[in-house]
Write a protein that binds this ligand. Structure first.
Ligand code: PMV
Length: 316
C-alpha cells in the first residue's frame, strides 16, 4: 500500500513579516507542487529520500528528532509522532519529489510538511484538513519555531486567503503574477530575527507599520471587490516600502523591483526577503518584455493560483 499526497507552493502577496506579529496577510497557493509517497517496510527504520539526500533512522531513535539535520527534522518528527501512536509499525519509507525551488520564499518547507503529514497519516487514519494543518505547523516549528503558520495554512487549503481566515477570496480580475527568483537563497529564521531586532529597537514605529499593513490589506480586499488591478499593483509597491523599512531587502532585489516596475502595475518581495523571489503584477501585453529587463541569471515564470490545496490518495 502506498499513500501519496501533494501540496502546492505559495506566494505571499501582502503582509509577510508583519503576519508573524499578528497582522493579517494575503497569500495564494500556486501551481508548483511537492509530492510525498509513504509505504510500510519491514526494515525497522524510517528511510527518507529527497533531492537533499537520504536519511535512514532506526524506529527506536526517532524520538531524537531534534538531533537530526534541519532539512530532515520535520519528517523525523512526523514519523515519530505517528509511529508512536501506531505501535506495531515495522518500518516506513518516505519519498519526496518537488518542483518547488528550495529556500527562495515559495513555501517549499511548508508544502513538504503539509504533504508529508497527509501522506504518512494516510497509511494509518485519514486526517481532516484541520488536523493535517495543525500537525504540519508543529513539524515546521521544529526548524522555525516562530512561524506564523500562514504558509502551511495556504498550502493546506489552496486558493487565495486573507490569513488567518481560510476562506477563499474570489479574485475578480485575472492576476497575471510574475515570479522572479533572485537565485540568492535566504534563511527565513535569520530574516525574522532581524525584524524582531528592528521591533525591539523601535517598538513605536514597528507598531505603526503593523497598523499601516492592516489598513493596506483592507484596501487590497476592496480593490479586488472593485476589480481594480491598478490599486492592487500600487498596494504591492506600497507594501514593498514597508519591507524596505524593516530592512529585508537588498540591492539585487531593489534593482529587480525597479526594472519590473517599468512594465508592471506593482512589484515586491514575496516571503522572508534578503534574497528569494519578487513578484510583479504584469499586464498581458508586457509579458514578452520581461526577459530583456532582467539579468540573465534570474529565473522567471508566471504563476497560476492553485485552488485544490493538499490532496491525497491510497494506491493498493
Ligand atoms: O520566505 P518564506 O517562504 O519562508 O516565508 C516567510 C514568511 C514570513 O512572514 C517572513 C514568516 C512567517 O512565518 O510568516
Amino acid at each position: 500500500m502506498k499513500s501519496i499526497a501533494s501540496a502546492p507552493a505559495k506566494i505571499i502577496l501582502f503582509g509577510e513579516h508583519f503576519v508573524v506579529h499578528g497582522t493579517p496577510a494575503i497569500l495564494a497557493a500556486i501551481d508548483k507542487r511537492v509530492t510525498v509517497s509513504s509505504t510500510f517496510t519491514e526494515n525497522g527504520t524510517v528511510k527518507i529520500n529527497s533531492e537533499l539526500g537520504t536519511l535512514e533512522v532506526s524506529i527506536s531513535s526517532l524520538y531524537k528528532y531534534k538531533e537530526v539535520k534541519s532539512e530532515f527534522r520535520p519528517f523525523v518528527y512526523l514519523t515519530n509522532k505517528m509511529i508512536d501512536s501506531n505501535q506495531n509499525v515495522k518500518g516506513l519509507e518516505i519519498t519526496i519529489n518537488s518542483d518547488i525551488p528550495i529556500g527562495v520564499g515559495l513555501g517549499s518547507s511548508s508544502a513538504c510538511c503539509v504533504a508529508t503529514t497527509a501522506s504518512i497519516s494516510g497509511l494509518f487514519k485519514e486526517l481532516s484538513s484541520e488536523e493535517i494543518l495543525k500537525m504540519s505547523i508543529e513539524a515546521e516549528k521544529t526548524i522555525f519555531p516562530d512561524t506564523s503558520g500562514a504558509d502551511c495554512t495556504v498550502c493546506t487549503y489552496g486558493g487565495m486567503i486573507e490569513y488567518p481566515s481560510v476562506e477563499k477570496i474570489d479574485n475578480t480580475f485575472d492576476l497575471n503574477l510574475l515570479i522572479v527568483n533572485s537565485m540568492i537563497p535566504h534563511n527565513t529564521k535569520n530574516s525574522v530575527e532581524k525584524v524582531n531586532k528592528f521591533k525591539e529597537n523601535d517598538e513605536e514605529r514597528f507598531s505603526q507599520l503593523c497598523d499601516l499593513e492592516t489598513k493596506l490589506i483592507d484596501e487590497v480586499i476592496t480593490a479586488m471587490k472593485n476589480n481594480d488591478a491598478t490599486t492592487f499593483g500600487l498596494k504591492m509597491s506600497e507594501n514593498q516600502k514597508y519591507l524596505e523599512e524593516i530592512q529585508v531587502s537588498n540591492d539585487t532585489l531593489r534593482d529587480m523591483i525597479s526594472s519590473l516596475n517599468e512594465i508592471s502595475l506593482g512589484s515586491k518581495i514575496t516571503g522572508a526577503g534578503d534574497g528569494g523571489c519578487v513578484i510583479a503584477l504584469v499586464k498581458d501585453e508586457n509579458m514578452d518584455k520581461v526577459p530583456a529587463l532582467l539579468p540573465k541569471d534570474k529565473e522567471c515564470f508566471s504563476a497560476k493560483i492553485d485552488t485544490k490545496g493538499v490532496v491525497w490518495k491510497i494506491e493498493k
